[in-house]
Design a protein. Structure first.
Length: 248
């Protein structure tokens, strides 16, 4: 039985509730997210990714905004991906300084302090490091068990980046990445995505999911720089190629 034929039934089975808040992507708009129990997805998370779902700790969610259809699912066909000229420069530069190891997600004071610095850099607000419980609920807890991996990026002994990814049967899905602002000269966000794409190719996976692409949100436009990029409306059935105006 093809799960896609039973989408409504699956969503009803996992549904926990809908939450409306100011849109985190488009100022002045209200976003409504539908949350589901991640422990009930029964090994079908890749299907849910194609339906527009993302994972947050033990939950899955997708936008169900009644007045807006700006959120697109974006993925990259792993074996067709080719680094652009600028990406090759970033890759080569990072290769000389970054070391990477991965394993199960965990909390440490070092990671919590780095995350606090990242939030202060991104949002220009000072925050104390998260305690173990708050950090774990977002970046350690998972409904996918051993499929969730944590990547640690270091320059020498210094932790400069942490990425959370989900490894599925045929895809790799990036969940979250934070980094040391002092390492910005090495473009750690781009380099980590290039590293994950390279690893997905070595693991012979088909697709790399980067989350939502929102055309009117400048902060999301970087995702189309990983070419070829495919996008689809969460309730659509056809993937279409999208070019990046900044692709070079």
């Amino acid at each position: 039985m093809k799960l896609e034929l039973d989408r409504e039934e699956v969503e009803d089975a996992i549904h926990l509730g809908d939450v409306s808040d100011p849109c985190p992507y488009l100022p002045g708009k209200t976003a409504t997210f539908r949350f589901g129990n991640g422990y009930l997805i029964d090994g079908h998370y890749q299907d849910l990714l194609d339906w527009g779902y993302r994972r947050n700790g033990r939950y899955v969610y997708r936008p169900v905004c009644s007045q807006c259809r700006e959120c697109w699912v974006l993925r990259v066909p792993v074996h067709e991906f080719r680094r652009s000229k600028s990406q090759r420069r970033i890759w080569n530069k990072g290769q000389r300084v970054f070391s990477v190891k991965w394993g199960a997600p965990s909390y440490t004071p070092e990671k919590a302090a780095l995350y606090a610095r990242y939030l202060a850099f991104q949002h220009k607000t000072e925050e104390a490091p998260m305690d173990r419980e708050r950090y774990a609920s977002f970046l350690v807890d998972t409904c996918l068990d051993y499929a969730t991996l944590e990547f640690q990026y270091r320059i020498g002994e210094r932790l400069v980046g942490v990425g959370i990814v989900d490894r599925l049967e045929h895809a790799l899905s990036t969940v979250y990445f934070y980094f040391d602002p002092d390492a910005s000269e090495y473009s750690p966000g781009t380099w980590s995505a290039l590293f994950e794409l390279d690893l997905a190719a070595k693991w012979d996976l088909d697709h790399y999911y980067l989350g939502y692409f929102i055309p009117d949100c400048d902060a999301m436009n970087y995702k189309t720089r990983f070419q070829p990029a495919e996008i689809k409306q969460p309730d659509g059935t056809q993937w279409e190629r999208v070019a990046s105006p900044k692709f070079s």
